[in-house]
Ligand binder design. Sequence first.
Ligand code: FMN
Length: 207
Amino acid sequence: MKMLELDPAALGQVGMYRFLISTIVPRPIAFISTISPEGIVNLAPFSFFNGVSSNPPCVMVSITRKSDGDKKDTLRNIEATRQFVLNTTPEWLAQQMNQCSAEYPYGVSELEKVGLTAVPSLRVKPPRIGESPVQMECELYETLEIGDGSMGSATIVVGKIVMAHVAESAWKDGKATFEELKPLSRLGGLSYGKTSDVFDLPRPKAE
Ligand SMILES: Cc1cc2nc3c(=O)[nH]c(=O)nc-3n(C[C@H](O)[C@H](O)[C@H](O)COP(=O)(O)O)c2cc1C
């Protein structure tokens, strides 16, 4: 392979953002519900997200600053209430997920705007999304600041799962089946992917 050399200093913040979102692919999409101290439900998608650990059971999401340097509503709510629900994003929620990424003013409930169903959680205040096949109720475990707070900086939020819910139809032999979850993935730019052409590889022994 003939390789290009890309110096982060030369690419700059926007160039590095484009590099990251187009090379770290596909990414799963967390659809995160939070609630403000005033009780307004907020909903937004985040693809810089992953599992972290199983003891304690933790997930992480990276929430970047807005273009004016302000914190996003999701982060404001998590810092204020220390709780959130991580709903997975199936193919059938693509339109609503995308609509929720619009910059609504603080205090506007995206969940109501896009007509999704708020289902009460068992252990945290933010509701779950009834249309999502996996919902993880989380308590804030830790935050880690990356950068100086200017555009491109982020807060890594680590949440501890205190209750999980999975669609009965998707749960077989102690694990979820992706055929039922139909996970939507984010690719570079405006592209999204569906999961197909799947194959298994048995774990090898050291030789
Ligand atoms: C598929 C997708 C993935 C996204 N991933 C992230 C992400 O990982 N981190 C982030 O800060 N914003 C991400 N965004 C942008 C946020 O969803 C957007 O800034 C949203 O307005 C934040 O809403 P809030 O202010 O209600 O928290 C993503 C948007 C889309 C459509």
